[in-house]
Design a protein around this ligand. Structure first.
Ligand code: TXD
Length: 313
């Protein structure tokens, strides 16, 4: 079987970390692409030189030429400008839209069969733009956020209960922003429903911390945003696709009527496999959760309207 090709567009903090972990996982050869001349080449060579102790034969190359996206099986897009303290994700809208447009046009031309995972913020709007610009089937264009937001909630629950984080499953839906929706009844701790182990009041505190988790890290780092956990969450999605795992995870997917919304990317649970988003799962929420989801989707809609106007103009 031919080796898979994974293009990482954006070789900054998240892109570089993804390259290192992909080398360990040996899912395919990696090309790191960035506009900064020398940096992707340097990071690629640096990881290449660590392959003996990493026990891997993965080939990682660096490039400043978007043509090197050509023929990729998976493209993970982190290219853009990250948040600085005081900036919201939406402040990034205009700058990052221009970047996504360029990348999307190149994917359309050179890698039309790729599975595209967008990470760049504001996430739901950027993945929407990517699908429109690239013209790829919506099931092959997804946004990474729900895996991270759910992993953050699972982390906080595990810390609170003093249990192993990998025994906690959580589901966070909606847009990747302050309106994201953490679901109390959908957290399981080693198979035990969370309401049997934690009060709703305590959960609500953790849910607020989850919605603010990105900002908490931005404020600590001061020079950028989270990157280790976003990197490994992106890889979880690439792995689901490349290994046809049929993973059940939350990602930004194009809604075509599910949850009462149409032509909008928003975080929902899906089945992810070789077909990309093979199914959007519609789960039963209570009235409070439904209202919170509608509010969150409404916030995404405002950004999407901006993009639609920009694409027409
Ligand atoms: O859950 C999520 N989706 C996220 C998203 C979690 C954390 C961070 N999230 C967003 O990912 C963040 O707000 C940014 O928009 C992206 C990338 O974050 P990262 O921390 O990796 O940012 P860096 O280190 O600044 O890397 C971005 C790189 C940088 O090296 C630029 O030179 C490059 O993008 N860049 C480009 N590469 C290719 N092509 C173009 N046009 C380009 N412009 C900038």
């Amino acid at each position: 079987m031919a080796r898979k090709k994974i293009a990482l567009v954006g070789a900054g903090q998240i892109g570089g970390t993804i390259a290192l972990v992909l080398a360990q996982k040996q899912l395919g050869d990696v090309v790191l692409i960035d506009v900064v001349e020398g940096m992707p080449q340097g990071k690629a060579l640096d990881i290449m030189e660590g392959r003996l102790p990493l026990n891997t034969g993965t080939i990682i190359t660096g490039s400043s030429d978007f043509n090197d996206i050509a023929g990729s099986d998976v493209v993970i897009v982190t290219a853009g400008v990250p948040r600085k303290p005081g900036m919201t994700r939406d402040d990034l809208l205009s700058i990052n839209f221009d970047i996504i447009k360029k990348v999307g046009e190149m994917i359309k031309k050179t890698a039309p069969n790729a599975f595209v995972i967008v990470v760049t913020n504001p996430l739901d709007a950027m993945v929407y733009a990517m699908q429109k610009v690239s013209g790829l089937p919506p099931e092959k264009v997804v946004g990474m956020a729900g895996v991270l937001d759910s992993s953050r909630l699972a982390c906080f629950v595990a810390m609170e209960l003093g249990v192993s984080a990998d025994d906690v499953q959580a589901t966070v839906l909606g847009g990747h922003g302050p309106t994201m929706v953490s679901l109390y009844n959908f957290v399981s701790v080693g198979g035990i429903p969370l309401p049997q182990l934690m009060s709703k009041e305590k959960f609500d505190e953790l849910s607020v911390r989850t919605a603010e988790a990105g900002t908490e890290i931005v404020n600590l780092l001061k020079t950028g945003s989270a990157y280790y956990s976003p990197a490994v969450c992106s890889i979880r999605m690439a792995e689901a696709y490349l290994l046809d795992k049929k993973s059940v995870l939350t990602c930004a997917a194009l809604l075509t009527g599910q949850y009462g919304f149409k032509d909008l990317y928003c975080g929902v649970p899906v089945v992810m496999g070789a077909g990309g988003v093979e199914k959007i799962l519609e789960i039963q929420m209570n009235d409070e959760e439904k209202a919170a989801f509608a509010k969150s989707a409404g916030a995404v809609k405002e950004l999407v309207d901006w993009i639609d106007a920009k694409m027409k103009g």
